[in-house]
Design a binder for this molecule. Sequence first.
Ligand code: ADP
Ligand code: MG
Length: 730
Amino acid sequence: MASIDDALDRVIDSKTAALLAREFELHTVGDLLRHYPRRYADQGQLTPIADLAEGDDVTVVAEIRSCSSRRMQYKQGTIQAVVIFDGTRTLNLTFFNQHRLLPKIFTPGRKALFAGRVTTYGKKRTLQLTHPRYQLLDGDADKLAEFARLLIPVYPATKDLPSWTIQLCVRQVCDLLDDPEDPLPAQLRAQHRLPELGAALRAVHRSDNRAEIVAAQRRLKWDEAMAVQLTLARRRQEVARRPAPACPRRPGALAAAFDAALPFTLTAGQREVGEVLAVELAGEHPMNRLLQGEVGSGKTVVALRAMLQVVDAGRQAVLLAPTEVLAAQHARSLREMLGDHGRAGELGSAEHATRIALLTGSLPARARKQALLDVASGAAGIVVGTHAVIQERVSFADLGLVVIDEQHRFGVEQRDALRARAADGTSPHVLVMTATPIPRTVAMTVYGDLEVSALRELPQGRSQIATTVVPVGEKPSWLDRVWQRITEEVAAGRQAYVVCPRIGEQDATGEDTEDSADGEVGEEGGRPPLAVLELAPQLQDGPLASLRLGILHGRLPGDDKDAVMRRFAAGEIDALVATTVVEVGVDVPNATVMVIMDAQRFGVSQLHQLRGRVGRGSHPGLCLLVTDSPPGSTARERLDAVAATADGFQLARLDLELRREGDVLGATQSGRRSGLRLLSLLRDEELIMAARQAAAQLIQADPGLTAHPELARLAADHLDEQRAQFLDKV
Ligand code: ADP
Ligand code: MG
């Protein structure tokens, strides 16, 4: 008998076991049983010879009619011509240099499976298989029966390891298998009507009944969902138990001064979320919260108010932005809004004042040293920096709150690394903000350690953004109209962005694009994507000659970037030709037009983010998606979808459908190695929700899962795989 932990080479022949290990990293019986069929073929679906077409990868069952061998005419070696017959038609097979073996085993009347790619030869384009893999069926009634099953599992396979070999191994394993202990508690199984693990494993590989297979798959998805959710529930509990730097509100101090200086009234949502944060910051255990809100919903203000409460309590808050441009913008607006309250130590500064340190990679050495000193001494209550800040060993005097802005790629592990930065044994409060409206199930996986708040309304007076696709392939003259539109807006006192997928000058090496670009920037159809450094001079010498143009991209030195942004914000630049550095967070309410060149090169969510840069003031926004993708192409359909809806949620879902889930989640959370084999974050929302609830209950009642060792093991295995992935990356 065999158990799930047995090494495969104890159960099946060692040569095949070695192949399974090499090709798929399958080492134990359990590994093999979790190598699920990709699909199931009806026995009749084994392709009849009559249906073969050139180029198909096929498997046929047939009887051998003849096998002859001859010398090749112009070369060394021999050719074996084999004719097979499936009851209706014959097919020719060609092998080379097998004259010793084949005539012996391919005797007329024997049956076999043949798999390979259909090719043709001769003027008549006669179909054939060249060097197909084969599996003899006769002489072994058992094997014949195996492949005569009603449903034949089709496994992920490789050239050296065909599906039928895996099928035979699985069968051997299943015959010997002792039913494994079931990790899911009986009560949970009963509640959700899930078959037992042993039965489910057998069914998923060996059932002839599709309904039974679906039930088995659902059960096996539960294992995957529970592993993830238990890990997350445990992490939530662990973090929630740590002591945190308590930051109670202090009336009449910085936070109050900031509120008094606000040029607008907070929306109801901002006030509500603000209240939740204020209470949690005052608590003894760390806040761990995700703030979701559409582009322009006013998340930053919410975060700033939270940071000031922390500073008022005598501690420090750090705000991490994904780009230097954004970090500089945050620091600038903070300083503006705080006025005298943000200039501690300077002449005429106000009571309770603090200092704001800006820490970015491109800071000159002296300024950087000063900033680091201010952070370490505690003189700076507020630290604004790029995510890179945490990579360096910045030491804080007393870190109370970490705010992570606009970064949906910032994973669980990275947040953990930050949490470790607080003073002795405490864990800082964490607030993550994102405008990427992530589908709920994805949020629960990537952000599963966080509670979620949302800003659902946009501030009053926010205008609509009209989006139009400009198909320059069919209507080249429309491009002139685009530049005319910009000129009109500028004449009316407004400003514009022109975004290109590439920086330029260097050839399209890939380095040439912005890091933050997560679209499909790259070579496509031979033409390199439009570049900022190429387009800007063309515009300046041509259609936009009368305007003041500025250039912004990631390769500019930090100071220059900041200067350009300043001048744009001050209205000294009419139109900014930029890369996706303006994608997130950039806030210039007077900008009303966003032109996106080669729009098909960007992802759906990215386009939505980009257009969120306009329509932020009282004037309506206009977004023009310029593309030469032909009508009816997938690229064009995506752009039409973006133009058709302003609903970020719907677009995020579309994005997820269009890309592979793995791309959205990053390597850590997706794919075979992370343990998600059957579970789909998109299609199994209900199941994941139920598992989340079940996991939370189990962990609450029994944090160590001592009553459920098998379940604990399931979660631990999952965590190991995740850790391994994480370590791979750093
Ligand atoms: P996001 O959620 O995209 O980060 P921001 O915080 O950048 O949004 O806010 C967008 C703009 O709206 C900013 O100019 C900000 O000052 C302004 N804003 C924020 N809250 C309000 C409000 N309650 N009323 C009016 N304007 C607001
Ligand atoms: Mg923002």
